[in-house]
Design a protein around this ligand. Structure first.
Ligand code: GLN
Length: 535
């Protein structure tokens, strides 16, 4: 078993997760079985209780774990199966240690960061190694070297590497080489200092991945090599990508990073065959067609809030040989300025998931506009609930219809809390979460798109379609195209008379990969493309 640890220096947001995932892609394409894991130093047990301003998207796994969005990259870039074992936070570590202490497992001892907290961290690596039976475990450490809260993790991996021996563990440090405009040059000092910080902790990185805007010329590589004590070929340039994040694996391959890793870890495997990857990338970068769709949300200014949705759109675009320009529309702006002004000319409208009341009326307006103007609509979780409320208000003529999430006293609660949810008092990990089977209704557009009878899709919500209204909706022209196998919960709605109008109570975006675009997204972009071409 081989272990790769990915740390980050200088600043956050360097794309450590993408680097780790891309290395995973390369190693997988060399025939290795890879498992990826993320350690997050914050004290929340999981990111499920944080809002997108703090953390970006909360990525949900099949087993219902609410995790860091880097796990989304891991799943999109590799075939690695992720479970809650693949994301560890300081919160979980301390919770485990404190539970052990109360259970008397350390009886007689003083409980300390070293060894008790560090052991708990190391256990998680061992556990993943055992469970995944992978050849290589890639562990990404969140945060930036020098953060106080990250220290136990760095100490844990330092000890771990010592234990498994020099050719079984490898440290990759992702760092930043800024371009200083006034000087007109790239500067290596921040990298030198962050490597010095790591070495102070006892970790000497084997490979430096240098994020930069401009080419890293030979002299700079030599300088970094000399000051940071790594061979010059282990100074890897990772430039800002030009078109797509899916270029990163190819970029790292050109820099021979995977060769370096394999040599260092004594892995005798053939070169990576990236032909398939290149093919998908070509479709993303140079499509024949082009459409513009709108994503209507309330965290529109945050690049990371709807990460998986944007990625799923790109995958579906590639599958349709179609470049997709995503226009980010602020739901509150629709409330102020009207749907027509902000949504005119779009070939498709997507309303993603969300919580809380802000922007809800704007999203409802967007759904109305899509329905009336026959613009392809895809509603995800909250977006499905929004479409339901809109239909109740404007087609069933129940103007006060709402979800009890936003109006607990509505006379027409077309979306209401699940029975089991009404008894829940704790906030963390208590929603309807993870992959659940959904039976599709034969003859519906949804069933045709999936080409299946039963699908498994990931959930993260508390509210549901209220069954009391089923009949009225059906009579008025809405179709239910997916249910839980017991028939009790509505999972998917659609409007058969519309060119494309589908809402799912689950989050299909979490199952989309570049080479396996999700059927619902694929259908949505195909319909948008058709609309664009007609115009
Ligand atoms: N707020 C809604 C619910 O809890 C939708 C959640 C979501 O979109 N993820 O049911």
């Amino acid at each position: 078993m081989k272990y790769i640890f990915v740390t980050g220096g200088v600043v956050s947001s360097l794309g450590k997760g993408l680097t780790a995932a891309s290395l995973g892609t390369l190693l997988e394409n060399r025939g290795l079985k890879v498992a990826l894991q993320k350690f997050d130093p914050y004290l929340n047990v999981d990111p499920g209780t944080m809002n997108p301003y703090q953390h970006g998207e909360v990525y949900v796994l099949d087993d219902g774990a609410e995790t860091d969005l880097d796990l989304g990259h891991y799943e999109r870039f590799t075939n690695c199966k992720l479970t809650r074992l693949n994301n560890l936070t300081s919160g979980q570590v301390y919770q485990a240690v404190l539970n052990n202490e109360r259970d008397g497992k350390y009886l007689g001892k003083t409980v300390q960061v070293i060894p008790h907290v560090t052991n708990e961290i190391q256990n998680r690596i061992h556990l993943l190694a055992e469970q995944s039976k992978a050849d290589v475990i890639i562990t990404e450490i969140g945060g930036t070297t020098g953060d106080i809260e990250g220290l136990p993790f760095l100490e844990a991996i330092r000890e771990f590497a010592l234990e498994v021996g020099p050719h079984n563990a490898l440290f990759v440090h992702v760092t930043y080489v800024p371009f200083i405009k006034a000087a007109g040059e790239l500067k290596t000092k921040p990298t030198q200092q962050s490597v010095a910080k790591l070495r102070e902790i006892g970790i000497a990185p084997h490979i430096l991945v240098c994020r930069c805007e401009k080419p890293l010329e030979k002299e700079l590589r030599q300088k970094i090599s000399m000051f940071c004590n790594v061979p010059v070929e282990a100074v890897i340039e990772e430039r800002d990508v030009e078109h797509s994040i899916y270029e990163v694996p190819l970029m790292l391959q050109r820099e021979r990073m995977d060769d370096l890793v394999c040599n260092q870890l004594h892995l005798d495997v053939p070169a990576a065959n990236m032909a398939h990857w290149q093919e998908v990338l070509r479709k993303i970068i140079a499509p024949q067609h082009q459409v513009r769709i709108g994503v209507v949300g309330k965290y529109i200014e945050l690049q990371d809030a709807y990460k998986s949705v944007y990625e799923a759109i790109i995958h579906a675009g590639a599958a349709n040989d179609c470049g997709v320009e995503t226009q980010k529309v602020d739901a509150e702006a629709i409330e102020r300025e009207g749907a027509a002004k902000l949504l005119d000319g779009l070939a498709g409208i997507l309303v993603p998931g969300g919580f809380g009341e802000r922007g809800i009326e704007g999203k409802i307006e967007a759904a109305r506009y899509s329905r009336e103007k026959k613009i392809p609509y895809l509603g995800l979780c909250l977006g499905m609930q929004i479409a339901t409320i809109e239909f109740a208000r404007n087609v069933l003529k129940l103007p006060k219809a709402h979800s009890t999430e936003f109006d607990p006293n509505t006379p027409h609660p077309v979306i209401a809390m699940l029975d089991e949810q009404t008894r829940v008092t704790k906030k963390g990990g208590t929603m309807r979460l993870g992959a659940q089977p959904c039976q599709l209704v034969v003859g519906t557009r949804t069933a045709r798109l999936y080409g299946a009878f039963v699908v498994n899709e990931r959930h993260r919500h508390r509210y549901e379609f209220n069954n009391t209204y089923r009949e009225r909706f059906t009579k008025a022209g809405m179709a239910f195209s997916g249910f839980t196998p017991d028939g009790k919960l509505v999972e998917i709605i659609e409007l058969p008379e519309h060119p494309f109008f589908i809402g799912s109570q689950f989050h299909p975006e979490f199952h989309s990969k570049p080479h396996q675009p999700h059927p619902l997204f694929r259908g949505f972009i195909s319909a948008a493309r058709a609309r664009g071409e007609k115009k």
